[in-house]
Design a protein around this ligand. Structure first.
Ligand SMILES: *Cc1c(COP(=O)(O)O)cnc(C)c1O
Length: 399
């Protein structure tokens, strides 16, 4: 047993080298808190890399989603449509507002919100709620793969519902040259420790509407009215990013392109070395049992035409009917024994105990992705040796 081998992580922080300079600068000027040049600079950097006109950096991606929902006017009694196949942080802020999430399943091309199901859900909710429309739509680009944004935005526009784009996993991804983080009324980024770039913890809310971002900053700094004394007419939050943390972000943004290139190279490496097959829609739509569609039973998600994924995490689907019974769970357990961290794909929200009983519009796709899918170590700081160790370990289980 390989107990002494150092642990290989799914996605660990990877500093670029310039971060400390920005932090030292903040120390030198005693710009420790709350705001300052690093915050302003990082917000400008983010506008630059996404193409958005305005950005507010905050304490987390979750906080940014919460602010986004508040800006959409979400209140108790309201319903918000949310992609089911995602991390809980996408949906939880809906509950912070006392509102009800309505979960919509994924389509097989990008694994993100199915535009047809979205429309069905809207029509059905309106029918059930006396014509009242859902207050917002939260769409996600999971694992860095952009959602079918054009179609989602069209459906949203048809019913005049604002879209919040959860691009927490998709900084550096794009569709037909347009960057993730620039779609919809509001966009959300995360700089949590496991993301493609990190500030140790942090997030951002972006929009082309200056008033919305100004309002977000106001709400994120305790909603202080203009007055010499502390006066409040609205409920505020302490959500602003500190100038120290923003300094890490300034350093990280400089290496974003490199990070995307490396993550994409990880994906290509795994595809090649594991002798992967592209997942075809029919394969997933069927019982995932068509034999002879892959020599190895290991499937990867292809980028649709015009789509560019940052490949934040490399994901595989393991078809036990083509691996002589080996499941993704066996692979996960065997790799864990070798001190290699892997993880099942996100457990969809409609399957979570927390959201039991929430309205759900499904087609079974995300259930299957959860059942067969595994995320492989994907950090931009993985060494050649570590990637080899991952592949060799998987091959051993498959033998
Ligand atoms: C990480 C993540 C978030 C939350 O971001 P935090 O900065 O960790 O709060 C939201 N949505 C998705 C899809 C994420 O992966």
């Amino acid at each position: 047993m390989n107990y002494s081998a150092p642990r290989i992580y799914l996605s660990s922080p990877h500093m670029g080298g310039d971060e400390l300079n920005y932090i030292h600068d903040a120390f030198d000027k005693n710009w420790i808190a709350p705001l300052g040049a690093n915050v302003d600079g990082f917000e400008e950097d983010l506008q630059g890399v996404t193409g958005r006109n305005h950005a507010a950096v905050v304490t987390s991606g979750t906080a940014a989603i919460h602010l986004g929902l508040i800006l959409c006017g979400v209140e108790p009694e309201d319903e918000v449509i949310c992609q089911s196949f995602t991390f809980a942080a996408t949906a939880n802020p809906i509950r912070y507002q006392g509102a009800t999430p309505v979960f919509v399943d994924s389509e097989p091309d990008t694994w993100n919100m199915d535009p047809d199901l979205l429309e069905q859900a809207i029509v059905d909710r309106m029918e059930k709620n006396g014509g009242k429309r859902p207050k917002a739509i939260v769409v996600v680009h999971l694992y860095g793969m952009p959602a079918k944004v054009d179609r989602i935005l069209n459906v949203a526009a048809k019913y005049d519902i604002p879209v919040i784009e959860d691009a927490a996993e998709a900084l550096g991804s794009s569709v037909n040259g347009r960057k993730c983080g620039s779609f919809g009324m509001l966009s959300v980024l995360s700089f949590n420790g496991n993301k493609i770039i990190t500030t140790s913890g942090g997030g951002a809310l972006l929009s082309d509407d200056e008033q919305l971002v100004k309002k977000a900053r106001f709400l994120a700094t305790q909603a202080r009215d203009e007055a010499p004394h502390y006066q409040h007419s609205e409920l505020g939050y302490n959500y602003r990013m500190s100038n120290i943390v923003a300094g890490i972000g300034r350093g990280q943004i400089k290496v974003l392109d490199e990070r995307v290139t490396t993550r994409r190279a990880n994906h290509d490496f795994y595809f090649r070395e594991l002798n992967g097959s592209w997942l075809e829609m029919e394969i997933l739509n069927s019982e995932f049992g068509i034999l002879n569609s892959s020599p190895t039973g290991i499937y990867f998600l292809k980028e649709p035409d015009g789509y560019y994924s940052n490949r934040w995490l490399t994901t595989i689907l393991v078809n036990p009917k083509e691996t002589r019974g080996v499941t993704r769970e066996q692979i996960r357990i065997e790799l864990e024994k070798k001190n290699i961290e892997t993880r099942p794909l996100w457990k969809p929200m409609h399957m979570q105990p927390l959201y039991h009983g929430s309205p759900y519009y499904g087609n079974g796709i995300s259930d299957k992705l959860f059942e067969y899918g595994l995320c492989l170590p994907s950090g931009s700081n993985l060494t050649e040796e570590e990637r080899e160790r991952v592949v060799t370990s998987i091959q051993k289980v498959l033998k």
